[in-house]
Design a protein around this ligand. Sequence first.
Ligand SMILES: *Cc1c(COP(=O)(O)O)cnc(C)c1O
Length: 403
Amino acid sequence: MQIQMVDLKGQYEKIKLEVDAAMAEVINNTQFIKGPQVKAFEDNLAAYLGVRNVIACANGTDALQIAMMALDLKPGDEVIVPAFTYVATSEVIALLGLVPILVDVDSETFCIDTHKIESKISVRTKAIVPVHLFGQCANMEEVIGIANKHNLFVIEDTAQAIGSRWKGMMNDELGIMKGEVSNNVSSNNLPSETTHHSSFIIHNSAAGSMGHIGTTSFFPSKNLGCYGDGGALMTNDDALAKKIRMICNHGQSVQYVHEVIGVNSRLDSLQAAVLNVKLKYLKEYENARRQAAAWYDEELGSIPGIVIPKRNVNSTHVFHQYTIQLEGIDRDALRKYLAEKGIPSMVYYPMALHQQKAYEIYNVAKEGFPVSEMLCKRVLSLPMHTEMTQEMVQEICAAIAAF
Ligand SMILES: *Cc1c(COP(=O)(O)O)cnc(C)c1O
């Protein structure tokens, strides 16, 4: 039995006819850029997530950068991000001359520890970027509550959690306004002052639809992956959506008329064609991942020293990763033992942001991020994909138990 971290080939085999036909259609009509597949995919994903606007772009890192540009964040502005995340989240902050302010994460959910956010807010803080790590939502009630209190924007990094839903309290219980979008639009159709209050109902909301902007990635191994690079932004604010669309396309809404500085960031038609097929199966894929996670729980739950991933009671989990924590178990030795048996495993992430050389300039190395540091030493991600079988999970877990 061949066990892989991710099995894109096995997944493709099952939808090959549909994907091949969709790609052939693009090649035949040669509308490689801005083909009808792109608009169709944006509409389909918006409906799937229950969000008013989806704007496709070239990748998930661009999506984050474009979000910060659209919110008019200026050099020197501070943006709050978790210390334990993929580097893309903080990279774009640095690239725009903004200052990443790191916050430690929760040891059970791996997401930003909302109790540690407020002490990091200063007069320069403009936004919070919760990352829905490994497939479940950060505590969005807390994040939105804090953001509203301090007039901050919320940009949700949903690269690992597309389809995950927040099931927390009704917004009425939180005193959050609901149902209104920013109508504060100036004559040139740019949001003159986008409302800072995230004013949407967050009960049973999809990841990416609760903040001012959500971003995601369609990198092949993500839960909704294309066959190359891809990404998207989501927002319920129509004026903001218009501005985002303009920024993605060189700052123009009319050709050769440039209202703002933009970038060239597009999802090409071939990728959109693949995504339109795969979106139809996303629910099924999500269930397959959740089933694999349940099998893992069952097999690993009683092995001493293995901590199975804790579910946030207020979020569904779409298991981009199934990540265990090792207590008193030599991780390198276990990985080597598994590798010898043909079982791959990965460490997401071996270093936190404050430990990276690139972030030395922000003087974060001396700050304490004890949970992030502990997780970097203890986490281990096991094979997780849509083609996992119970036999595979049993084989992996038997090897772990034997070790
Ligand atoms: C993958 C990922 C990104 C970046 O997406 P790309 O499409 O690879 O640019 C950003 N944030 C997180 C948390 C990710 O996992």
